[in-house]
Design a protein around this ligand. Structure first.
Ligand SMILES: [Mn+2]
Length: 277
Protein backbone atom coordinates (compact mmCIF):
# COMPACT_ATOMS: atom_id res chain seq x y z
CA UNK A 1 0.00 0.00 0.00
CA UNK A 2 1.45 3.34 -0.96
CA UNK A 3 0.28 6.53 0.70
CA UNK A 4 -1.11 7.83 -2.60
CA UNK A 5 -3.83 5.16 -2.54
CA UNK A 6 -5.43 6.47 0.63
CA UNK A 7 -9.05 7.60 0.63
CA UNK A 8 -10.42 10.44 2.74
CA UNK A 9 -10.79 9.45 6.42
CA UNK A 10 -8.96 6.15 5.96
CA UNK A 11 -6.96 5.07 9.00
CA UNK A 12 -3.28 4.17 8.68
CA UNK A 13 -1.84 1.81 11.28
CA UNK A 14 1.88 2.41 11.78
CA UNK A 15 4.51 1.31 14.29
CA UNK A 16 7.25 3.53 15.71
CA UNK A 17 9.70 1.06 17.31
CA UNK A 18 11.52 3.63 19.42
CA UNK A 19 12.38 3.68 23.12
CA UNK A 20 15.37 5.99 23.26
CA UNK A 21 13.49 8.42 25.53
CA UNK A 22 12.48 5.81 28.12
CA UNK A 23 13.73 6.67 31.61
CA UNK A 24 13.82 3.40 33.54
CA UNK A 25 13.70 0.39 31.22
CA UNK A 26 14.08 -0.08 27.50
CA UNK A 27 11.68 -2.43 25.70
CA UNK A 28 8.79 -0.47 24.12
CA UNK A 29 10.67 -0.48 20.78
CA UNK A 30 9.73 -4.16 20.60
CA UNK A 31 6.03 -3.44 21.08
CA UNK A 32 4.67 -2.90 17.54
CA UNK A 33 5.67 -6.37 16.33
CA UNK A 34 4.30 -8.00 19.50
CA UNK A 35 0.97 -6.16 19.17
CA UNK A 36 0.64 -7.11 15.49
CA UNK A 37 1.51 -10.71 16.24
CA UNK A 38 -1.40 -10.87 18.71
CA UNK A 39 -3.74 -8.80 16.52
CA UNK A 40 -3.39 -11.16 13.56
CA UNK A 41 -3.08 -14.34 15.64
CA UNK A 42 -5.37 -17.25 14.85
CA UNK A 43 -6.20 -17.37 18.54
CA UNK A 44 -8.80 -14.66 17.97
CA UNK A 45 -10.50 -12.75 15.20
CA UNK A 46 -10.59 -9.18 13.91
CA UNK A 47 -14.19 -8.48 14.94
CA UNK A 48 -14.67 -5.53 17.26
CA UNK A 49 -17.45 -5.39 19.81
CA UNK A 50 -19.47 -2.90 17.73
CA UNK A 51 -19.87 -5.63 15.09
CA UNK A 52 -17.30 -4.35 12.61
CA UNK A 53 -15.08 -7.07 11.14
CA UNK A 54 -11.76 -5.31 10.69
CA UNK A 55 -10.66 -8.14 8.43
CA UNK A 56 -13.41 -7.26 5.95
CA UNK A 57 -13.13 -3.48 5.74
CA UNK A 58 -10.98 -1.54 3.29
CA UNK A 59 -10.77 1.76 5.13
CA UNK A 60 -7.74 1.00 7.28
CA UNK A 61 -4.26 -0.04 6.18
CA UNK A 62 -1.30 -1.46 8.06
CA UNK A 63 1.80 0.37 6.83
CA UNK A 64 4.19 -1.61 9.05
CA UNK A 65 6.94 0.03 11.07
CA UNK A 66 9.02 3.12 10.44
CA UNK A 67 12.54 2.05 11.36
CA UNK A 68 15.17 4.55 12.31
CA UNK A 69 18.45 4.00 14.07
CA UNK A 70 19.34 7.64 14.57
CA UNK A 71 17.34 8.75 17.56
CA UNK A 72 18.04 12.45 17.00
CA UNK A 73 16.47 12.34 13.55
CA UNK A 74 13.54 10.13 14.53
CA UNK A 75 11.17 12.85 15.75
CA UNK A 76 11.46 14.61 12.40
CA UNK A 77 10.85 11.33 10.57
CA UNK A 78 7.71 10.73 12.67
CA UNK A 79 6.47 14.27 12.07
CA UNK A 80 7.07 14.01 8.32
CA UNK A 81 5.33 10.62 8.09
CA UNK A 82 2.24 11.82 9.99
CA UNK A 83 2.09 15.06 8.00
CA UNK A 84 2.17 13.09 4.76
CA UNK A 85 -0.81 10.97 5.87
CA UNK A 86 -2.80 13.94 7.18
CA UNK A 87 -2.14 15.85 3.94
CA UNK A 88 -4.13 13.07 2.24
CA UNK A 89 -7.01 13.70 4.67
CA UNK A 90 -6.48 10.29 6.24
CA UNK A 91 -5.97 9.54 9.93
CA UNK A 92 -3.29 7.68 11.88
CA UNK A 93 -3.30 5.06 14.63
CA UNK A 94 0.30 4.82 15.84
CA UNK A 95 1.90 2.05 17.89
CA UNK A 96 4.79 3.01 20.15
CA UNK A 97 7.35 3.03 21.21
CA UNK A 98 7.75 5.06 24.33
CA UNK A 99 5.41 7.97 25.03
CA UNK A 100 7.82 10.61 23.69
CA UNK A 101 6.52 9.90 20.15
CA UNK A 102 3.23 11.65 20.93
CA UNK A 103 4.97 15.05 20.76
CA UNK A 104 6.10 14.88 17.10
CA UNK A 105 2.78 13.21 16.18
CA UNK A 106 0.83 16.09 17.73
CA UNK A 107 3.09 18.65 16.04
CA UNK A 108 1.76 17.32 12.75
CA UNK A 109 -1.84 17.19 13.96
CA UNK A 110 -1.65 20.80 15.17
CA UNK A 111 -0.88 21.92 11.61
CA UNK A 112 -4.22 20.42 10.47
CA UNK A 113 -6.47 20.86 13.49
CA UNK A 114 -6.71 24.03 15.57
CA UNK A 115 -9.38 22.83 17.99
CA UNK A 116 -8.06 19.46 19.13
CA UNK A 117 -9.08 17.71 22.35
CA UNK A 118 -6.34 15.38 23.56
CA UNK A 119 -7.72 12.49 25.60
CA UNK A 120 -4.81 10.94 27.47
CA UNK A 121 -5.00 7.60 29.32
CA UNK A 122 -2.04 7.05 31.67
CA UNK A 123 -0.97 6.25 35.22
CA UNK A 124 1.36 9.26 34.90
CA UNK A 125 0.71 12.88 33.91
CA UNK A 126 3.93 12.90 31.75
CA UNK A 127 4.21 16.66 32.30
CA UNK A 128 7.79 16.80 33.61
CA UNK A 129 9.63 19.88 32.45
CA UNK A 130 12.49 17.41 32.00
CA UNK A 131 13.33 13.98 33.31
CA UNK A 132 16.95 12.72 33.66
CA UNK A 133 17.92 16.02 32.04
CA UNK A 134 16.00 15.01 28.89
CA UNK A 135 13.36 17.51 27.76
CA UNK A 136 12.07 14.95 25.25
CA UNK A 137 11.77 12.18 27.86
CA UNK A 138 8.78 9.85 27.77
CA UNK A 139 7.86 11.61 31.03
CA UNK A 140 7.64 15.01 29.30
CA UNK A 141 5.65 14.89 26.03
CA UNK A 142 2.57 16.62 27.42
CA UNK A 143 4.67 19.50 28.81
CA UNK A 144 6.07 20.08 25.30
CA UNK A 145 2.62 19.72 23.70
CA UNK A 146 1.09 22.27 26.09
CA UNK A 147 4.01 24.74 25.81
CA UNK A 148 3.64 24.69 22.04
CA UNK A 149 -0.15 25.09 22.27
CA UNK A 150 -0.65 22.08 20.03
CA UNK A 151 -4.06 21.24 21.47
CA UNK A 152 -7.06 23.16 22.71
CA UNK A 153 -7.67 20.93 25.66
CA UNK A 154 -5.83 18.12 27.48
CA UNK A 155 -7.91 15.64 29.49
CA UNK A 156 -6.07 12.98 31.48
CA UNK A 157 -7.63 9.75 32.79
CA UNK A 158 -6.18 7.01 35.01
CA UNK A 159 -3.63 9.30 36.75
CA UNK A 160 -2.34 8.04 40.10
CA UNK A 161 1.25 9.31 40.51
CA UNK A 162 1.07 13.11 40.84
CA UNK A 163 4.04 14.67 42.63
CA UNK A 164 4.35 18.38 43.59
CA UNK A 165 6.17 19.32 40.35
CA UNK A 166 3.55 17.62 38.18
CA UNK A 167 0.81 19.24 40.24
CA UNK A 168 2.30 22.65 39.39
CA UNK A 169 2.49 21.71 35.73
CA UNK A 170 -1.17 20.61 35.73
CA UNK A 171 -2.12 24.07 37.07
CA UNK A 172 0.29 25.90 34.80
CA UNK A 173 -1.13 24.30 31.67
CA UNK A 174 -4.73 24.15 32.91
CA UNK A 175 -4.91 20.40 32.32
CA UNK A 176 -8.14 18.56 33.17
CA UNK A 177 -6.58 15.75 35.16
CA UNK A 178 -9.11 13.22 36.46
CA UNK A 179 -7.24 11.23 39.05
CA UNK A 180 -7.95 7.51 39.22
CA UNK A 181 -9.16 7.90 42.81
CA UNK A 182 -11.85 10.32 41.60
CA UNK A 183 -12.88 8.44 38.46
CA UNK A 184 -16.57 7.72 37.96
CA UNK A 185 -18.10 5.73 35.14
CA UNK A 186 -20.56 8.63 34.78
CA UNK A 187 -17.78 10.79 33.35
CA UNK A 188 -18.88 13.08 30.51
CA UNK A 189 -17.43 11.71 27.28
CA UNK A 190 -19.16 14.13 24.90
CA UNK A 191 -16.62 16.28 23.09
CA UNK A 192 -16.82 19.33 20.88
CA UNK A 193 -14.60 19.13 17.84
CA UNK A 194 -11.92 16.64 16.89
CA UNK A 195 -10.48 14.20 19.45
CA UNK A 196 -7.04 12.57 19.56
CA UNK A 197 -6.55 9.58 21.91
CA UNK A 198 -3.14 8.89 23.47
CA UNK A 199 -3.23 5.57 25.28
CA UNK A 200 -0.40 4.53 27.62
CA UNK A 201 -0.81 0.84 28.50
CA UNK A 202 0.07 1.60 32.13
CA UNK A 203 -3.28 3.36 32.53
CA UNK A 204 -4.47 -0.21 33.03
CA UNK A 205 -3.88 -1.89 36.35
CA UNK A 206 -0.73 -4.06 36.19
CA UNK A 207 -2.96 -7.02 37.05
CA UNK A 208 -4.48 -6.56 33.57
CA UNK A 209 -1.37 -5.26 31.82
CA UNK A 210 1.88 -6.38 33.46
CA UNK A 211 3.94 -5.74 30.32
CA UNK A 212 4.82 -2.11 31.03
CA UNK A 213 8.00 -0.48 32.35
CA UNK A 214 6.41 1.27 35.33
CA UNK A 215 4.01 -0.89 37.33
CA UNK A 216 1.54 1.35 39.12
CA UNK A 217 -1.22 -0.56 40.94
CA UNK A 218 -4.72 0.83 41.27
CA UNK A 219 -5.51 1.43 37.62
CA UNK A 220 -8.30 0.71 35.17
CA UNK A 221 -9.60 -2.73 34.36
CA UNK A 222 -9.56 -3.68 30.68
CA UNK A 223 -13.36 -3.51 30.68
CA UNK A 224 -13.35 0.04 32.09
CA UNK A 225 -11.10 1.41 29.33
CA UNK A 226 -13.09 -0.37 26.61
CA UNK A 227 -16.26 1.14 28.03
CA UNK A 228 -14.71 4.63 27.97
CA UNK A 229 -13.53 4.19 24.36
CA UNK A 230 -16.92 2.87 23.28
CA UNK A 231 -18.81 5.72 24.98
CA UNK A 232 -16.85 8.59 23.40
CA UNK A 233 -19.20 10.93 21.53
CA UNK A 234 -18.34 13.95 19.44
CA UNK A 235 -20.56 16.94 18.78
CA UNK A 236 -21.22 16.09 15.12
CA UNK A 237 -22.14 12.51 16.09
CA UNK A 238 -19.44 11.18 13.82
CA UNK A 239 -16.65 8.82 14.81
CA UNK A 240 -14.63 10.48 12.06
CA UNK A 241 -14.08 13.20 14.66
CA UNK A 242 -11.68 10.80 16.36
CA UNK A 243 -8.89 12.01 14.14
CA UNK A 244 -6.03 9.93 15.49
CA UNK A 245 -4.71 7.78 18.28
CA UNK A 246 -1.59 6.19 19.67
CA UNK A 247 -1.02 3.14 21.87
CA UNK A 248 2.32 3.37 23.67
CA UNK A 249 4.55 2.00 26.41
CA UNK A 250 3.89 -1.73 26.04
CA UNK A 251 7.14 -3.33 27.23
CA UNK A 252 7.24 -6.95 25.97
CA UNK A 253 10.24 -7.63 28.24
CA UNK A 254 7.94 -7.35 31.26
CA UNK A 255 5.00 -9.16 29.67
CA UNK A 256 3.61 -12.50 30.83
CA UNK A 257 2.49 -14.93 28.12
CA UNK A 258 1.90 -11.96 25.75
CA UNK A 259 -1.19 -11.00 27.75
CA UNK A 260 -0.39 -7.28 27.66
CA UNK A 261 0.31 -7.45 23.93
CA UNK A 262 -3.11 -9.10 23.52
CA UNK A 263 -4.70 -6.39 25.68
CA UNK A 264 -3.02 -3.73 23.51
CA UNK A 265 -4.34 -5.51 20.40
CA UNK A 266 -7.84 -5.52 21.94
CA UNK A 267 -7.64 -1.77 22.67
CA UNK A 268 -6.34 -1.25 19.13
CA UNK A 269 -9.33 -3.15 17.66
CA UNK A 270 -11.83 -1.16 19.70
CA UNK A 271 -10.23 2.24 18.95
CA UNK A 272 -9.90 1.41 15.24
CA UNK A 273 -13.47 0.10 14.97
CA UNK A 274 -14.71 3.20 16.76
CA UNK A 275 -12.79 5.43 14.32
CA UNK A 276 -14.07 3.74 11.15
CA UNK A 277 -17.65 2.92 12.18
MN1 LIG B 1 2.67 6.02 31.93
Amino acid sequence: MTPSKLKKNDVVLVGFPFDYNSSYLRGPALAPSHIRERLYSDSGNLCAENGIDLGKTNNWHDFGDIECFNSKKYFQIIENFITDILDQKARVLSLGGDHSITYPILKSYAKKYDNLTLLHFDAHPDLYDKLDNNTFSHGSPFARIMEDNLVNNLIQLGIRTINPHQKKQIKRFNVQTIEMKDFSSNINLNFNGPVYISFDMDALDPAFAPGVSHHEPGGFSTRQVLEIIQKIKTSDNSNISIVGADIVELNPKNDINSMTAMTAAKCLKEILAKMIS
